[in-house]
Design a binder for this molecule. Structure first.
Ligand SMILES: Cc1cc2nc3c(=O)[nH]c(=O)nc-3n(C[C@H](O)[C@H](O)[C@H](O)COP(=O)(O)OP(=O)(O)OC[C@H]3O[C@@H](n4cnc5c(N)ncnc54)[C@H](O)[C@@H]3O)c2cc1C
Length: 550
């Protein structure tokens, strides 16, 4: 792909009048021609599992149809720990679930792959949606979300999201989260509201442009200080445990510090393992953190959970397109929300910057594909014109776009003087595991919450609804799990579901030597020795006291 030379494009940008873009006549046609979800040959049909026959991207299908990393024999001698509620994933959804389950009196273990807080949540910038304005309503939030998702979302889940959103904000404030206040606002004043792309009202609440960092700060502190929650860092989930009826009754974790498996028997298991960005679907770069390797999706599917909208992913319009070492890094929608324009190499605006994300992404990819993109050192993208915004609204960078400033400087750019080059980056899985309002799945005992779950965003997520989802549904899952959990662990736990799963793989002619979940991207070079260890090469005896297990 080639584009207009960067220097020439800069000259045209300086001469640009920033005239409003022409409306897009046929949005469907634009999406079909340019959105990566519609790329020809990128989808395959699943041959096994609850969604047999559904289409999904090739790289994801390979993981969903992978074989387990462990055998029955691996469990022999492994220590067994009992709890009522086991939560997997130390991002926002997992922490919200853990806190609520503990408050409801459940015995809780929260296990996570890296450290608590290493997650997509901590990277969230733009903000969180909640209809708290006088000109806004829960009904509007509901309708905007359904419309942005192209009418494909589960109406019950969206109703639950919109109606719980104000209370979720109160819950966060009660735990110490700070939000920006409206101009001149004193403590106790009104919250600052911004308009997300595709919305009819200003509904984004934020803290600077590092809302996720602030949210994760209070959640992590609350979890770490809660003595009712046992927190296990560096303990990735490698398989779920089942009983003879196929119910989920716990999980097999791998302790990266001790190089050993540990079995957790749990009456309720809540997966909150986040998204899939690090699978680099369609060879796109990603904005996601290293842990986003679809582990929960793979394991939920293997034990029998149904998935939805497997072929729908969000490619955020403004990922870094140059320089190559920061490719895919996210520039928040907060920049466009504040008024920044997108311009092609001819100095023309080509899309309403606050149209739905899939539309803006498809329009950027169209400009690049049709030669109107900007080329710099072999990278092609369009301009996000922050200098022009700063001239129009002095102080915006310093007051509202702090993270953008850091990212620009990492790229060697002074954002007040030079426009950044952007291009879509793989950002979010729109679909996921089918859940109800309490996060329960089609597998008894198994809950899913957060980005891993599906149904809330249909085929396109609005800015700010993911952070709202993790609090609303994380809390609901934690509460329901704690209230319905039994104090007595299932008498017989094992890997019963794997027998049928492997039979299905063989019958469908799928390879048995493709193992999953990935746990880490292959290029991560983390020196945990887990790959060797998970194949039986380097295991030590488990030292239970190191995890506070008697
Ligand atoms: C750069 C960026 C900016 C964003 N900005 C916004 C925004 O402004 N507003 C908004 O609404 N949304 C935003 N999003 C989306 C939103 O942040 C996420 O969808 C949401 O935070 C996901 O929360 P989660 O708890 O489901 O997953 P995560 O926060 O990703 O947490 C998942 C956790 O599970 C752990 N895990 C994964 N696999 C395993 C395993 N095998 N065993 C144990 N643990 C495991 C991970 O290590 C991680 O700790 C943004 C996302 C990104 C990447």
């Amino acid at each position: 792909m080639t584009g207009i030379d960067h220097r020439l494009a800069l000259e045209r940008l300086l001469a640009s009048d920033h005239a409003a873009p022409n409306p897009i006549d046929d949005v469907e046609a634009l999406l079909k021609a340019h959105h990566p979800d519609y790329r020809e040959g990128s989808l395959v049909s699943l041959a096994v599992g609850a969604n047999r026959g559904s289409e999904c991207p090739t790289a994801l299908a390979a993981r969903l149809q992978s074989n387990a990393r462990i055998e029955d024999a691996d469990l022999a001698g492994a220590p067994v720990v009992d709890t009522e509620v086991l939560i997997i994933g130390g991002g926002g959804a997992g922490c919200a679930a853990a806190l609520t389950a503990a408050e409801a009196g459940g015995r809780v273990i929260l296990a996570t792959k890296l450290r608590i807080g290493d997650s997509n949540t901590v990277m969230a910038e733009g903000g969180i949606q909640a209809a708290v304005g006088e000109d806004d309503s829960i009904q509007r939030h509901f309708e905007d979300t359904l419309r942005a998702g192209h009418g494909c979302a589960d109406r019950r889940l969206v109703a639950c999201l919109a109606s719980s959103a104000p209370d979720s904000i109160r819950w966060l404030i009660d735990r110490g989260m700070r939000f920006d206040l409206a101009e001149g606002g004193a403590i106790g004043g009104k919250l600052l509201r911004k308009k997300p792309g595709g919305a009819t009202r200003a509904r984004i609440l934020s803290f600077k442009d590092y809302t996720g960092l602030e949210m994760m700060r209070v959640l992590r502190e609350a979890v770490e200080l809660d003595e009712r929650i046992r927190l296990w860092n560096r303990c990735p989930l490698v398989e779920l445990l089942s009983d003879e009826a196929g119910h989920c009754v716990g999980a097999v974790l791998y302790d990266l510090a001790l190089h050993s498996f540990v079995l957790v028997r749990a009456s309720r298991v809540i997966l909150a393992t986040g998204g899939v960005g690090r699978l680099h679907l369609n060879d796109f770069p990603t904005s996601n953190h290293y842990g986003a390797t679809a582990d929960g999706l793979v394991l939920a599917y293997r034990i029998g959970a149904a998935l939805r909208e497997l072929d729908s992913f969000q490619y955020h319009p403004t990922g870094v397109a140059w320089p190559s070492f920061r490719l895919g890094g996210l520039i928040s929608e907060a920049a466009r929300s504040a008024g920044a324009h997108l311009l092609n190499g001819l100095g023309e605006r080509f899309v309403d910057e606050l149209a739905a994300r899939d539309v803006v992404s498809a329009a950027i990819l169209r400009e690049c594909a049709e030669g109107r993109g900007i080329e710099r050192e072999g990278m092609v993208g369009v301009f996000l014109d922050i200098p022009e915004l700063e001239r129009r609204q002095p102080g915006t960078l310093a007051q509202r776009l702090v993270s953008l400033g850091h990212l620009a400087r990492q790229c060697g750019i002074d954002p007040s003087r030079e426009p950044m080059m952007v291009r879509p980056t793989l950002h979010y899985q729109n679909g996921g595991v089918v859940i109800d309002e309490n996060g329960t799945t089609s597998v008894p005992g198994l809950y899913c919450t957060g980005e891993l779950s599906g149904g809330i965003h249909g085929r396109n997520r609005m800015m700010g609804n993911a952070l709202q989802e993790i609090i609303t549904f994380g809390r609901r899952a934690g509460l329901h799990a704690a209230r319905s959990a039994s104090r007595h662990p299932a008498p017989k736990v094992g890997l019963f579901h794997l027998h049928g799963w492997r039979r299905q793989l063989v019958a469908a002619g799928m390879p048995l030597d493709r193992f999953g979940p990935d746990l880490f991207p292959s290029y991560a070079n983390f020196d945990f020795g887990h790959e060797l260890a998970l194949r039986g090469g380097k295991r030590t005896m488990y030292a239970p006291r190191a995890r506070g297990v008697e």
